[in-house]
Design a protein around this ligand. Structure first.
Ligand code: SF4
Ligand code: SF4
Length: 511
């Protein structure tokens, strides 16, 4: 085992070993949480354009009913998490650090939790890859590890790349989070089946389930269920090291293949899907169930009773905190997701969305707060960066407002893992600066795109107006010619009537 890990370690670049504190919830079996009274379903729970709402205020909806349709190639459908009445289609604070309101459908549950008609069941053994991908799209499944990239888009990559391997990402490298660990321990058979279905859609024969070395029970459960739809599953232990769950780093650790900056792992023939996504695919294909629930870890010393919960999408954070006995003390940090990449929130009414894998209430004792000091050029941030970047240099350029320079030294290759900030002895909030700079660049790009779009529309309008004016000019010229011809004919007719010898010539001219 030691030799095996040392060879894997040689494949892993950078990374850190924060205290995992998974013991707080790892022993807690997943509990289903009943539907809350009010559910809020934001229209954008995925990368890509917000979905288009299909319901209005006062509409009655059934569980699983399509309530918003995907808009665009990387958007996703949304379904009612339970039965009830739509009481608003408007703006509500987002589960996002900005806390800004986003378009949201609010449903008052009727307490019946009554299913509408489910999608027809598919027999994946007989289904075409396209049918499987279409079903996954219909069910609104997105990457449930937090990336929220529509899963069907990845399943359709078989047409563009020569794929050979599917990796099921069960690394769960963020401290505190244990919902994927419990998922494998409790529902390995469903994960294995979902993985097999996805392998069929992708046209690959090899499936590797990657699990961090600190989850031996999960690995044992997967080894007991190591066939999914006839495909053998290879369980691969990877070192417990943050950010092992980051897609490109996992591919490197498992296969030794290095994905170039800004390239897709699919270009190397490898597709990565999260373990919870595999389970959602199993439910959608075998039972026609859309993605309306997910597993969430609620943890941190600030939570009275840490737990792993099965919750409906749209459930307010406040309901889950209450379900876990409330706070032990005023939390110093409240996060959606893990402590490294999670989103800070200050509003407990925000809902759980498809990408939410945790709620953390961290006390003062669990959070490191120190005064920011100047950079001492110790280079520790460079050693831990899994992307091979020079964080202190990136930071210097951003501080100098030199975003172009920051881009040149790899700003867009940064995966925002936070390893550099975590390790920095001067407590410089490096990743926060990188995220801010990326946001500014995205805004600039969006503005440029909008300006180009406005120019394109203006040019199209000018061309349209010119075409209309040209058509009018041509019509006018035709009318004038017609009138002239008519007049000539009339003159000729009048002349003929008067016995004019040139009448014959005029008639010819009129013709
Ligand atoms: S770890 Fe901090 S102090 Fe050291 S070089 Fe990086 S930014 Fe500077
Ligand atoms: S946040 Fe970015 S720069 Fe810092 S360690 Fe992670 S990838 Fe490297």
């Amino acid at each position: 085992m030691g030799v095996f890990f040392s060879s894997l370690f040689s494949r892993v670049r950078g990374g850190i070993h924060p205290e995992t504190r998974k013991f707080l919830s790892a022993g807690c079996a997943t509990e289903p949480v009943p539907a809350p009274g009010l559910l809020r379903v934001p229209l954008q729970q995925h990368i890509g354009a917000p979905a288009e709402p299909l319901v209005s205020r006062d509409d009655h909806v059934l569980k699983g009913q399509l309530i918003a349709r995907s808009r665009g190639p990387i958007s996703a459908n949304l379904h009612a998490p339970t039965s009830g009445t739509v009481i608003a289609v408007g703006h509500f604070p987002a589960p996002h650090p900005s806390g800004l309101p986003v378009p949201t459908i609010t449903i008052r549950a009727d307490g019946k939790d009554e299913w509408g008609p489910r999608l027809p069941r598919l027999r994946p053994e007989d289904a075409d890859p396209e049918e499987i991908a279409a079903r996954v799209a219909e069910a609104g499944i997105v990457g449930m590890g937090g990336a929220t990239f529509p899963a069907a888009v990845k399943l359709n990559l078989r047409d563009r790349y020569a794929l050979h391997t599917l990796i099921i990402n069960a690394a769960e490298c963020e401290p505190y989070l244990t919902c994927d660990d419990r998922l494998l321990r409790e529902s390995a058979e469903e994960v294995a089946d979902g993985a097999g279905i996805m392998a069929r859609a992708l046209g690959v024969a090899r499936i590797i389930v990657a699990i961090e070395s600190n989850k031996p029970e999960a690995a044992a459960a997967m080894r007991r269920h190591n066939i999914g739809m006839g495909y053998p599953l290879e369980v691969r232990m990877v070192p417990t090291q943050y950010p092992m769950g980051s897609e490109k780093h996992l591919v490197r650790a498992v296969t030794g293949l290095e994905t170039p900056a800004r390239a897709l792992t699919a270009e190397l023939g490898v597709v990565v899907h999260n373990a919870a996504t595999a389970q959602a695919v199993h439910h959608a294909v075998r039972y026609g169930e859309p993605l309306i629930a997910r597993n969430v870890t609620v943890s941190g010393r600030g939570i009275a009773r840490p737990a792993n919960l099965r919750v409906l999408i749209g459930t307010p954070v406040a309901d889950l905190v209450a379900h876990c006995g409330g706070f032990t003390e005023e939390p110093e940090r409240l996060l959606l997701g893990g402590p490294m990449m999670g989103q800070p929130i200050d509003n407990l009414r925000v809902p759980i969305v498809k990408g939410t894998n945790g709620i953390l209430a961290l006390t003062r004792a669990e959070t490191r707060k120190a005064e920011t000091m100047p950079c001492i050029r110790c280079g520790t941030c460079v050693q831990v960066c899994p992307c091979g970047l020079t964080p202190f240099e990136l930071n210097a350029r951003i501080q100098a407002d030199d975003l172009e320079g920051a881009t040149r030294v790899g700003l867009m290759d940064c995966v925002s893992c936070g390893c550099c900030s975590f390790i920095c002895p001067s407590s410089i909030p490096l990743v926060q600066g990188f995220n801010f700079a990326k946001g500014k660049l995205a805004e600039k790009d969006a503005r440029k795109h909008q300006q180009e779009e406005t120019r394109r529309l203006a040019e199209a309008r000018t061309a349209r107006e010119e075409a209309i004016a040209e058509a009018k000019r041509a019509a006018m010229a035709r009318r004038k010619a017609d009138m002239a011809a008519k007049k000539t004919r009339e003159d000729a007719a009048a002349a003929q009537g008067a016995g004019d010898p040139s009448a014959e010539a005029q008639t010819e001219a009129a013709k």
